[in-house]
Design a protein around this ligand. Structure first.
Ligand code: NAG
Ligand code: NAG
Ligand code: NAG
Ligand code: NAG
Ligand code: NAG
Ligand code: NAG
Length: 584
């Protein structure tokens, strides 16, 4: 990567996320043992239940059948009853390698090459299932582990010791770090299956949503505006297309930008590579420049040299002089490239700070410019003037929200959020650990999605809140800063009951919140200058809607139109919603 052309005053949460990737950071979602996303299988005859969606090729399937056969052969003839009783378990266990959650069932998440966390051989079992297994098949464990081989001696020893009692075996023996992924309950766990009922309430501060568009079916990953008074919103699909959408939901047929050729991604659910971020130059209105953060291909040679899976690139583009809705394809400039080791854990948000810097160099006052231990472009550990708040996905227990400060060290992996994670572990050197402004345990959600501060005036109840969500639980929250004592308070934002959200407003959405965005009204001068009037007429004003606005005087179309980009599982039913905060 070329040092001459790094653009560092583009403060990018994810740029610093490049460092997050070096440390082990987990997003709990479908993931195979090799950290790749699951895919559509073909020709699985043994583990056929994972044919449609899982981690196995037909070759893997053959190998798993061979494993199963070897286990059987290890059982001596006089103990054949064990095989009769337990062969179904044998098949179930070996086939878990094909489960779309294999990495979780075997505690195999590993995202650094220097710290190789070996997957377990024995899957994580849920308590009831484990008890039944134990009562019927505890003598089978030995053969299962014998087949696994000498690489799993430690685990075999631990399991053998735990076999002395059912409780011991089903806790210390087979329990996972994150027990929500235990087999077989993960198959029905509502959080993992996107079958969570969003709580509805009738109380002040509840939310309704207005569906804006469902045409972005290839994973709309961001929604940005150019701050050029055009009212246009730029919606990026992960596959590499940027589309222009107007406030009434209309989308121009021709994409603004097509980078599909340069993008490295697949249609696999859970592939986190692709076009991931966009930032307009603060002076876009005059220079037409904007930046895209995307995953791109590497040559075989680069692959061997770097050991990387792909690289991320930040590239500068320019709009055409003669058409504001189209990019100038003869202009582009690579700003930064960084090799990435994994398919997953790729963020991508890029932002300009409000320090007015727009030159492309490492700012001389960056905290680590003279520190040989750190790359000079690093602004803060794990991530990157203004107040920048970043959602930081946790490992296995806590999700955190950090205030990005110059030179700060967010403590991974000494700390996971506010909780100690590994006191003996080395963590990025120097300084004290900066605590998150907020963190929450996995009982609330398993993967934080960072949001935005609401500064509009049509939803006074949301004024000044940092609104964010959780990808896995689909819950929405708000954080409020108290300047008097510099503390933050958090509250869950709930959806309104259906008598409050009258069509076209809705009070429901699929979970899996991937990102938040805002339109250009968010950037206009201080809210106080704007009387809270309805400046954006509803797309199709209906009688019902008028009635709603009359009966709820604070029913508000947003001036600063918040966009929640919400998608259930990657790929389906991608909907962009506008959030409306109503006061019933
Ligand atoms: C599990 O292991 C811990 C320490 O290794 C031990 O104290 C405990 O008694 C074991 N059993 C259970 C059921 O937790
Ligand atoms: C979702 O959960 C509800 C209530 O628990 C249940 O009735 C329904 O069958 C579930 N749907 C799916 C697709 O699992
Ligand atoms: C495209 O960019 C090139 C190089 O900067 C410039 O010479 C050309 O005039 C631009 N064309 C349009 C249509 O904007
Ligand atoms: C770390 O914190 C301690 C105690 O608050 C303080 O004395 C020390 O100067 C800090 N170190 C750095 C490098 O900021
Ligand atoms: C900080 O101030 C807010 C009110 O502004 C108050 O609600 C909160 O309890 C205070 N927190 C602490 C820790 O004093
Ligand atoms: C958008 O433009 C306005 C007017 O030029 C400016 O005051 C504001 O700071 C800009 N907002 C952003 C986010 O750049």
């Amino acid at each position: 990567m070329g040092r001459a052309c790094r653009k560092l005053n583009v403060i990018w949460c994810s740029g610093l996320l490049f460092l997050v990737l070096i440390v082990v950071k987990i997003k709990c979602h479908p993931q195979c043992l090799d950290s790749r996303p699951p895919f559509k299988g073909t020709g699985l005859t043994f583990c056929s239940q994972y044919q449609d969606y899982g981690c196995c090729t037909s070759q893997d399937d053959v190998q798993l059948k061979e494993r199963y056969d070897r286990i059987q052969q290890l059982i001596p003839p006089e103990n054949q009853q064990i095989w009769t009783d337990c062969s179904e378990y044998a098949k179930t266990f070996v086939c878990q390698e094909c489960s779309p959650y294999a990495a979780h069932i075997f505690d195999a998440e590993q995202t650094t090459k220097d710290i190789v966390v070996k997957p377990r051989a024995f899957p994580g079992l849920c308590k009831n299932y484990c008890s039944t297994f134990y009562q019927k098949c505890k003598d089978f464990v030995k053969y299962y582990m014998d087949e696994a081989g000498s690489g799993y001696m430690e685990e075999a020893l631990r399991l053998t010791e735990a076999l002395s009692s059912q409780m011991e075996f089903c806790t210390n023996g087979t329990k996972l770090i994150d027990n929500d992924y235990c087999f077989p309950e993960l198959l029905t766990n509502p959080i993992l299956n996107g079958n969570i009922t969003i709580e509805k309430v009738t109380q002040e501060g509840c939310l309704c949503l207005e569906p804006m568009s469902t045409v972005f079916y290839r994973n709309p990953i961001f929604l940005k505006h150019a701050n050029d008074s055009s009212k246009r919103m730029f919606v990026g699909e992960q596959i590499g297309l940027v589309h222009i959408m107007y406030p009434d939901g209309r989308v121009l047929e021709e994409p603004f930008l097509d980078l599909t050729y340069d993008i490295k991604t697949t249609s696999s659910k859970g592939d986190e590579r692709g076009m991931l971020g966009m930032a307009f130059h603060p002076n876009y209105i005059n220079n037409g420049l904007f930046y895209i953060y995307y995953s791109t291909h590497i040559s075989d040679y680069e692959q061997i040299q770097s050991g990387a899976d792909h690289k991320i690139r930040i590239e500068e583009f320019k709009v055409r002089d003669d058409n504001p809705n189209s990019v100038n394809t003869s202009y582009s400039r690579v700003i930064l490239e960084v090799y990435e080791p994994y398919w997953n854990h790729n963020g991508g948000e890029i932002l300009f700070g409000d320090d007015g810097r727009t030159e492309y160099s490492i700012p001389p006052d960056n905290p680590f410019v003279n520190d040989i231990r750190a790359l000079p472009e690093v602004y803060a550990y794990e991530f990157g003037k203004g107040r920048i708040v970043c959602g930081d996905v946790g490992q296995s227990a806590r999700e955190e929200i950090d205030l990005i400060e110059k030179g700060a060290n967010y403590g991974w992996k000494k700390m996971e959020g506010t909780a100690p994670y590994c006191s003996a572990c080395k963590y990025a050197s120097g300084g004290n650990v900066t605590a998150p402004i907020w963190d929450y345990p996995h009982s609330f959600g398993k993967s934080v999605t960072g949001g935005h501060f609401y500064r509009g005036c049509q939803s006074p109840n949301l004024q000044g809140y940092y609104i964010y969500g959780d990808f896995m639980s689909g819950r929405l929250f708000r954080l409020l800063h108290h300047a008097n004592n510099d503390t933050w308070t958090n509250k869950e934002l709930k959806m309104c009951a259906s008598n409050v959200c009258v069509p076209p407003l809705v009070n429901d959405y699929a979970t899996s919140i991937i990102s938040f965005g805002e339109d250009e009204k968010a950037s206009t001068a201080p809210p106080s200058l704007h009387p809270p009037v309805m400046t954006t007429p509803p797309p199709v004003p209906t009688t019902t809607q008028r009635q709603v606005s009359m009966s709820y005087e604070t029913f508000l179309k947003l001036i600063r139109q918040w966009m929640a980009r919400i998608s259930p599982n990657f790929g389906n039913e991608n909907t962009v919603f506008r959030i409306a905060n109503v006061k019933p």
